[in-house]
Design a protein around this ligand. Sequence first.
Ligand SMILES: NC(=O)c1ccc[n+]([C@@H]2O[C@H](COP(=O)([O-])OP(=O)(O)OC[C@H]3O[C@@H](n4cnc5c(N)ncnc54)[C@H](O)[C@@H]3O)[C@@H](O)[C@H]2O)c1
Ligand SMILES: O=C(O)CC[C@H](C(=O)O)[C@@H](O)C(=O)O
Length: 374
Amino acid sequence: MFTAAAKCSLRRAYSTAVPKTLTIGLIPGDGIGKEVIPAGKQILQALPSQYGLNFKFLDLRAGFEEFQKSGVALPDETVEILKKSCDGALFGAVSSPTYKVKGYSSPIVALRKKMGLYANVRPVKWVEGVGIPVDMVIVRENTEDLYIKEERIYEKNGQKIAEAIKRISENASRKIGKMAFEIALNRQHVRELGGSSLHKSPSVTVIHKSNVLSVSDGLFRETVKKVYESDPARYGSIEYKEQIVDSMVYKMFREPAQFDVVVAPNLYGDILSDGAAALVGSLGVVSSANVGDDFVIGEPTHGSAPDIQGKGIANPVATIRSTAMMLEFMGYQEPAAKIFSAVDENLKENKVTTPDLGGKSSTQEVVEDIIRRF
Ligand SMILES: NC(=O)c1ccc[n+]([C@@H]2O[C@H](COP(=O)([O-])OP(=O)(O)OC[C@H]3O[C@@H](n4cnc5c(N)ncnc54)[C@H](O)[C@@H]3O)[C@@H](O)[C@H]2O)c1
Ligand SMILES: O=C(O)CC[C@H](C(=O)O)[C@@H](O)C(=O)O
């Protein structure tokens, strides 16, 4: 397992000396989750032997279909196996209904909390020549905000009124702030090693709506700022910026190239990351990692895409990149870099792509095209 420091710095040297078997939990969930998680598995199985990694996979249950079968969306067994037997995991997507179903609650939202995965790291990076120049990473708080799901409904004067609590804590805001600044430093470090980027120097933009929600978003903004100010020796090279969430949407579409690291409370981070996917052509290419101090779950940013499920045309790139992110946060930089560059080559060539990117290829054809570039 990685330590917080190793994970944040992402600088641990990868050693090829000792062949190692990693146990990876696979949680496909529903819809296209079942079509893209096998892509992540194939990618890991196809990694060249030079990296000295072998994989053992454990198939784990969660999702709306699972709820319909067993009455439980996230079985305790899934969480126990992840905690006791897995080095990392991949999650597909779930088909959460948009109406209230008694006893159902989103398993991915629950899993993030149960596993202490307090950061959802979502890079949105163009491949040169394809799409609009953008190279940012959205660092989304992953455990609180409106996602605590403390909702209630009652009647007043014959009218129904619904309420939901938005909870922002100093502790969670501090942790996500620290993660954002550490990621900014790491990105700068990678740039100095010669990585391609639109940015010359690091910046972190804090997203909030504290012009209206001065107490809750105010606490988020102030806490992240305090993290920045608390360690000038470490964070002084980073430019600190703030942006109100609505104008952030405007700027993100007008001038996306200016953003490096963006840190946001849970719901704003969720919405911004789907929006940002439009800048790089499709939700089907945007990856994420749910990161805690001792565990990581790779997860495509997209959902279960019921409109295309069962057709074999789901774009596997988001999951493949999420698989690389999982390895990266576990400390295996070299195989992760191999996967990222194979994906970039596939996108740049723009021949073997799924219909969301204007192509005609199937999920499996894209997987094979990426693997042949290893
Ligand atoms: N992490 C998760 O489990 C997660 C994330 C988002 C949505 N959801 C769930 O997914 C369901 C559907 O939600 P939605 O339709 O609003 O969002 P969605 O992300 O599933 O789909 C939005 C659009 O993007 C397209 N798309 C998404 N992923 C794609 C891929 N890999 N390849 C090609 N096209 C892709 C879809 O076809 C659709 O047109 C809902 O039940 C929602 O609760 C789950
Ligand atoms: O549909 C669900 O059960 C969860 C969706 C999920 C979320 O965090 O809200 C999704 O939008 C995401 O970005 O991972």
